[in-house]
Design a protein around this ligand. Structure first.
Ligand SMILES: NC(=O)c1ccc[n+]([C@@H]2O[C@H](COP(=O)([O-])OP(=O)(O)OC[C@H]3O[C@@H](n4cnc5c(N)ncnc54)[C@H](OP(=O)(O)O)[C@@H]3O)[C@@H](O)[C@H]2O)c1
Length: 317
C-alpha cells in the first residue's frame, strides 16, 4: 500500500521489456516517491520482475493481475486499489504484428487493435473519471515512432498506434481543463522480447495468400534491414524507462516524447511535405534501391559510434 505522500503509479504489461524496467526504475528510486502497482495478465510470469525489483518488492512495488483486453480484469484490478486512487497510469502493454497484409487474418488484426488501442481506452475509461474528480493525474501512453510514421510490412501495428495518437491528441485537450496531463512516449526500436517475437514470427510465417515476390521482399529485404536498424539504432528498455520517469517528473510534461533523437528527421520529413509523396518515396528508395548502400552506411555508423549514439539517445532533453 502507498505511504502518505507517495504517488500511486499503475503500469500495464510488466512481465517483460519496457514495462518491467519502468516498474523497477520507479520503485527503486531512493527517495521513495512512488508506489508502483506492476500489473501483468499472468502472474506466473512474475519471476523476472520480482528478481529485478529486489528489496523494493513488497515495499514500493506490488503486483496485480490485469489483462487489458478484459473489462472484468481491468475493473477488478482498479477496484482492488485503495480508493481506486491512481496518480499515474502508464499504458505500456502492447503486441506487434508484421507481415504482408494478404497473409494476415482479420482476427489477428483485431487482436492487435484490441490490445494496443481498445486496451488503452479500457484503462483510461476506468481511471480517468476519478482523476477528473480529483482534478489531477497523469496518463502516459507508450505509443511508437510507428504511431507517427508508417513502416512497410508493419501496416496493422502502425495503424493501431496511429489510432492511439489520434485518440490521445483529441482527449489531451479536454483533460487539460481538469488538470489531468496526457503524454505519449514514442520509442523507435527497443531491444525487448518484442524484437525476438518479431524475428520468430517472420521466420515461422508461411505467408499464405501472399505472392512469392511479396514474400521475398518481406523475408529477405525487410527483415534484413529491420534487423540492422534494431542493431544500430535500438535503445534499451532502461532508456525508455528513464525517459518516461523524466516525463513523469517534468514540471510541464510534454505531450509528445520521441525517445530516440535519431528518428526526429524522419518525422520532420513527413511534415515538410503535405502531399506525403516525399516520405513515401524516401522509404521506397531506402528499402528497394539503397539496400546495399543502407547496409554500408549502417555498418559505418556502427564502427564510428561504437554504441555511443545509444547512450546519447536518452531523451527527452
Ligand atoms: N520493442 C520495441 O521496439 C518497441 C518500439 C516502440 C514501441 N514499443 C511499445 O512498447 C510497449 C512494450 O513493448 P515491449 O517492447 O516491452 O515488448 P514485450 O517485452 O513483448 O512486452 C509487452 C508486454 O505487454 C504485455 N501484454 C500483451 N498483451 C497484454 C494484455 N492483453 N494484457 C496485459 N498485458 C499484455 C506482455 O505480457 P505477456 O508476457 O503476458 O505477453 C508484456 O508484458 C508496447 O506497447 C509496444 O508497442 C515497443
Amino acid at each position: 500500500m502507498a505511504s502518505p505522500g507517495q504517488k500511486v503509479v499503475l503500469i500495464t504489461g510488466c512481465s517483460s521489456g519496457i514495462g518491467l524496467r519502468m516498474a523497477v526504475i520507479l520503485a527503486k528510486d531512493e527517495r521513495k516517491p512512488y508506489h508502483v502497482i506492476a500489473t501483468m495478465r499472468d502472474l506466473k510470469r512474475k519471476d523476472k520482475l520480482v528478481e529485478a525489483a529486489g528489496d523494493a518488492y513488497g515495499k514500493t512495488l506490488s503486483l496485480a493481475v490485469l489483462d487489458v483486453c478484459s473489462d472484468e480484469s481491468v475493473k477488478q484490478c482498479i477496484n482492488g486499489i485503495k480508493g481506486r486512487h491512481v496518480d499515474v497510469l502508464i499504458n505500456n502493454a502492447g503486441i506487434g504484428l508484421v507481415g504482408p497484409v494478404e497473409s494476415i487474418s482479420i482476427e489477428e488484426m483485431k487482436k492487435v487493435f484490441e490490445t494496443n488501442f481498445f486496451g488503452v481506452i479500457r484503462m483510461i475509461k476506468e481511471v480517468m473519471p476519478d482523476m477528473k474528480k480529483r482534478k489531477g493525474g497523469h496518463i502516459i501512453v507508450v505509443s511508437s515512432v510507428m504511431g507517427l510514421q508508417g513502416v512497410v510490412f508493419n501496416d496493422v501495428y502502425a495503424a493501431s498506434k496511429f489510432a492511439m495518437e489520434g485518440f490521445c491528441e483529441s482527449l489531451a485537450v479536454q483533460l487539460l481543463k481538469f488538470n489531468v496531463i496526457l503524454s505519449l512516449i514514442e520509442p523507435g526500436p527497443v531491444h525487448t522480447e518484442f524484437e525476438a517475437k518479431m524475428i520468430q514470427e517472420v521466420k515461422q510465417k508461411e505467408c499464405p495468400g501472399a505472392d512469392p515476390e511479396t514474400v521475398h521482399y518481406f523475408k529477405n529485404v525487410y527483415l534484413t534491414s529491420s534487423l540492422n536498424i534494431f542493431e544500430i539504432l535500438g535503445q534499451t528498455p532502461d532508456d525508455i524507462a528513464r525517459c518516461t520517469k523524466k516525463v513523469i517528473e517534468a514540471s510541464k510534461p510534454r505531450f509528445r516524447n520521441l525517445t530516440n533523437p535519431l528518428y526526429s528527421p524522419i518525422v520532420a520529413l513527413k511534415y515538410a511535405d503535405e502531399t506525403g509523396g516525399l516520405s513515401v518515396r524516401a522509404f521506397y528508395h531506402m528499402l528497394f534501391n539503397l539496400g546495399p548502400l543502407m547496409h554500408a552506411s549502417i555498418t559505418t555508423m556502427k564502427c564510428l559510434t561504437c554504441g555511443c549514439l545509444r547512450s546519447r539517445a536518452v531523451s527527452p532533453n
